[in-house]
Design a protein around this ligand. Structure first.
Ligand SMILES: Nc1ncnc2c1ncn2[C@@H]1O[C@H](COP(=O)(O)OP(=O)(O)OP(=O)(O)O)[C@@H](O)[C@H]1O
Length: 931
């Protein structure tokens, strides 16, 4: 998951629109256009000599992204086109910039040596680098996975698959559109693939924000996908992976492998398996919740996500795993308990935690290093890093095995120091090896006899010739003999005429000069060949030996992937222990009950952000099934309502990922779904259809809640009109309360004090407020949650605090009093207002007095106080929960009222969704309006 807010999240435009039938003036350009046509969606880097060139629209894009000069090719001719290029050796610098900007880049290389080519050099696409398929360290972020995702929309369900080619992790899932939305949000893929015909459906459900690429329909055939997968895994079926029932999921996964082949990624042996993301195994966090709780990404620039506070991992494997744990909290108490117990044990043993962290620090990105081995893109320095990481494994294994902690001992069993590979790398690769393998100096001396010889020839050629000269001088007794070189004969021995009779018969005379003769020998000829080709041969041989070493390393891919997994887990647990110690977290009790009881809970992020000298005010929260299922929290803006809601969800989430929590104590009856809705105005600004989609999703999720679900509603209705907002909020709370299938625990924050009326008819709804004190017309925020509702809103006070001109504040006060007065009058004299329509009949009893200040979870709290003050009576038109009362309100002879009565009588409140409720309300209003 990318944490960088700068990550590319925009659709990829179709590049290289070369306009109508480009004029190709030369064979080179013809070759270019032919390749371009085969890859119309990609930006082509076309190798010409020592440069990578781009043409046409590609050149314009490239020059903009790389900030390089845009010129023209064939200026003034019909074949004129834009041109931008850079030297081939800068590819590593420029390529990541293009990919990070969301481009799909096709690298077109020269496929033969230009010196040897007859005519036009053969060229072809050697790699297609896209945002979702990259090994480049400059594209990848150490602490996040870089997922490629494919989606296949089936008739009923949809399938989704994620692959991080840099680690080999391959996942698949299947479910409804909302589930897919959640996974997309959680995994934040760098690139999403879907079928061309599904573009509209994708955008309707998930928005246009993902960097995406549409593929032809035939790629999404189930049989083709199944075949592709079984061929890749070399299995006859997919049963072994537990995914054989996932028809749509398999189709999506097959599409991913197809795309790898299309982008020329064929060496992908490190993708050794495919895992199923089991919906049932993890807490359901819908996409709004992940975003709203700011788990891995901040919602606004400058915001701090939970992961930034929580992440004290020291390896990239740990950091990446933690990001997954945070969005996939567990539901199985025993599994959670195992993590908690391990963290506890680590926390008890300072020395163990310290030593473990030291060992972990030595282990760099083992997972990505071994993936590079598998795809044969590992450079010598990376192999050295791999061997150094393996060095740390042995002592770490011993430490974990002797720790006496079961989970850590289990990790120890998983660790394999891969000694053969480690030793082999150390023996072969020079400690100061260069990055590239094609320029020599990669391998140690003594690794290979021929290599040593070639080196001595190539690097000490003169010495060698001198040796021959001296030896032959001695053998022949010709002290003036010398070895020399010319282009025609190569190396030769020159002997003056005076000594030519001493020349051995095996020498071959090659040239006669006035004063001397020139000879060659077998030895010189062999040497000459060697020295002339030594360098070339040297590089080839080094490459060959290096490749053999990489091949050997490939045998260790499974073991090292296993090491990486065990290290990731250990690192996460050690990180939990470190965070718990540093920030004073406690071990939660996670059990099978349905009670949520947090004592003196704190918000893990806000408490770290407060200015020096200020401390976070902790609060108790208790929710259960029998007495306090739904808590309505009122209070002015800025009082701390949202903080309270979020901290409750975050504490639950931390506990269920196995972390300690920021509280004095916490008992958490395991939660199965956390569901959040925030009435932010931007929800509506996206347009009616998005709002409808959200509401439909909300309705469907509300219908699927259980006794173990946690619902957070924050200022629902803020983004829409008061009446709409309250209606929706009201209907939702009622649904949650009256739903016979599930008593989902709910926190409901609002500054509409009118909602306190809900407690009147819903016995398990309790009113609380975040205490504020008013002094001299000003507000003092106490940040303490106390029993009872609020009597009025405080928006105007907040406006004053925000520095609003006094005149405006005074005028606002005036208008508010006027409106309040008017509403009271209207409701008493002229029948219901629009607002009262909404609240109609839901409350018909007179208001009670304000509640006293009682701690939220106090068992001794007076029932009425906890329910809070009752509101002003609202004129009842129709009482949904109390039919007997409502019917007496109608004149039986009035046909419109009869119609309303009929409608109400046929309503099954228990099965009514919030949306249906709204539609019914509308119907009722229309029925009355017709009279
Ligand atoms: N318990 C607390 N202790 C200390 N500071 C707090 C506490 N709760 C909230 N705050 C501070 O108050 C600010 C406002 O809190 P929050 O956003 O929760 O208010 P709110 O009641 O939801 O307001 P609004 O209705 O405007 O959204 C937070 O950003 C935080 O800095």
């Amino acid at each position: 998951m990318k944490t960088s807010t700068a990550s590319p999240k925009k659709p990829i435009p179709m590049h290289g629109t070369l306009g109508p039938a480009p004029v190709a003036d030369t064979p080179l350009m013809k070759q270019y256009y032919a390749l371009k046509q085969q890859h119309p969606g990609a930006l082509i880097l076309f190798r010409v000599g020592d440069f990578y060139e781009t043409f046409g629209e590609d050149a314009v894009t490239t020059s903009r992204i790389l900030d390089i000069v845009l010129t023209k090719r064939g200026a003034g001719t019909p074949a004129e086109t834009q041109l931008a290029g850079f030297p081939h050796h800068s590819l590593d610098t420029h390529l990541p910039k293009l990919v990070r900007a969301g481009q799909r880049v096709a690298i077109c290389d020269q496929l033969e040596d230009p010196k040897l080519a007859k005519g036009l050099v053969k060229r072809g696409i050697t790699e297609l680098v896209t945002p979702g398929v990259s090994f480049n360290d400059n594209v990848l972020e150490r602490k996040s996975n870089n997922y490629l995702c494919a989606i296949h929309f089936g008739k009923q369900e949809a399938g989704i698959s994620f692959l991080d080619i840099s680690t080999g992790e391959f996942l698949v899932a299947q479910g409804d559109r909302a589930y897919l939305g959640k996974l997309l949000q959680n995994f934040a893929p760098a690139e999403v693939l879907f079928c061309k015909k599904s573009r509209a459906e994708f955008e309707q459900h998930y928005g246009p924000d993902f960097c995406h690429y549409a593929l032809d329909e035939w790629v999404f055939g189930f049989d083709y996908a199944h075949d592709t997968l079984t061929r890749h895994f070399k299995t006859t079926s997919l049963k072994g992976f537990g995914i054989d029932g996932l028809r749509e999921g398999i189709t999506a996964a097959g599409c991913i492998l197809h795309y790898l082949a299309e982008t020329k990624h064929t060496d992908v042996g490190h993708i050794a398996g495919i895992g199923r993301l089991e919906e049932d195994k993890y807490v359901w966090l819908d996409r709004f919740t992940v975003r709203n709780l700011e788990l891995v990404l901040p919602q606004h620039v400058g915001g701090v996500p939970l992961i930034d506070i929580l992440d004290q991992t020291v390896t990239p494997m740990g950091a990446r795993l933690l990001r997954k744990w945070v969005v996939l909290p567990l539901k199985e108490p025993a599994q959670i308990q195992r993590r908690l117990d391990t963290v506890d044990a680590l926390l008890q043993d300072d020395e163990l935690l310290g030593q473990l962290t030291q060992h972990l620090r030595q282990i760099n990105d083992l997972e990505r290093l071994i993936s590079k081995v598998a795809v044969r893109r590992v450079n010598p320095r990376e192999l050295l890093q791999l061997s150094r990481a393996l060095d740390a494994i042995e002592p770490m294994r011993a430490l974990l095995a002797g720790s006496g902690i079961r989970a850590l001992q289990k990790s120890a069993d998983q660790l394999n120091p891969c000694a053969t590979l480690r030793e082999e790398i150390k023996a072969k690769i020079k400690q100061d090896a260069p990055l590239l393998t094609n320029q020599g100096n990669v391998l140690n001396d003594g690794v290979d006899k021929e290599l040593d010889e070639l080196r001595s020839i190539a690097f000490s050629g003169k010495d060698y010739l001198l040796q021959i000269q001296q030896r032959e001088q001695q053998n022949t007794g010709i002290s003036s003999l010398k070895v020399a070189y010319n282009k025609v004969f190569g190396y030769y021995l020159e002997v003056s005429n005076a000594h030519k009779n001493k020349v051995p018969s095996s020498w071959i005379r090659k040239q006669t000069l006035v004063n001397a003769e020139r000879y060659i020998t077998e030895e010189l000829k062999t040497y000459e060949e060697k020295i002339l080709h030594a360098e070339d041969r040297l590089f080839v041989l080094e490459q060959q030996i290096y490749n053999d070493l990489v091949l050997l390393a490939m045998d260790f891919v499974p073991q090292i992937q296993q090491n990486a997994r065990a290290i990731g887990i250990t690192d996460c647990l050690a990180s939990f222990a470190t965070t718990a110690r540093q920030y004073n977290y406690v071990k939660p009790i996670v059990n099978d009950t349905t009670v949520l009881d947090i004592k003196q809970g704190r918000h893990p992020v806000i408490e770290r952000q407060l200015p020096v000298g200020e401390s976070y005010i902790p609060n108790d929260i208790r929710l259960d099934q029998d007495e306090q299922q739904i808590v309505v929290i009122t209070g002015p803006n800025m009082a701390g309502k949202s903080a309270l809601l979020r901290q409750t969800a975050l504490i639950v989430l931390l506990a269920q990922i196995g972390s300690f929590v920021p509280a004095e104590a916490a008992t958490i009856g395991v939660i199965d779904k956390i569901f959040t809705r925030v009435g932010a105005s931007d929800n509506l600004s996206k347009g009616e259809s998005t709002f409808m989609v959200e509401m439909t999703e909300t309705a469907s999720i509300l219908n699927n809640l259980s006794d173990r679900s946690l619902v957070l509603m924050d200022e629902i209705g803020r983004g829409t009109s008061t009446y709409d907002g309250i209606s929706i909020a009201w209907a939702i709370v009622e649904h949650l309360h009256n739903n016979p299938k599930a008593k989902a625990k709910t926190l409901f924050a609002t500054h509409y004090h009118e909602l306190n009326q809900l407690a009147e008819d819903c016995p398990r709804v309790r009113n609380f407020n975040v205490a504020v004190k008013e002094a001299d017309g000003r507000i003092l925020f106490m940040r303490k949650l106390v029993a009872g509702g609020s009597e009025h809103s405080f928006g105007i006070h907040v406006a004053r605090m925000a520095g609003m001109p006094t005149a405006v504040v005074l005028r606002a006060n005036e208008i508010m009093h006027h409106l309040e007065q008017e509403r009271t009058n209207t409701s008493l004299e002229d029948g219901p207002t629009e607002f009262d329509d909404v609240l109609a009949g839901l409350e018909a009893e007179p208001a009670a007095t304000g509640g006293k200040v009682v701690p939220l979870n106090s068992q001794s709290s007076d029932d009425q106080a906890a329910r809070g003050p009752r509101p002003q009576p609202a004129a009842a038109v129709a009482s949904v929960p109390r039919p007997s009362l409502q019917l007496s309100m109608f004149e039986p002879a009035d046909p419109a009222l009869e119609r309303v009565r009929d409608l109400l009588q046929h309503l099954d409140v228990n099965t009514l969704t919030p949306i249906d409720a709204l539609l019914k309300l509308n119907e009722l209003k229309l029925a009355l309006g017709n009279q």
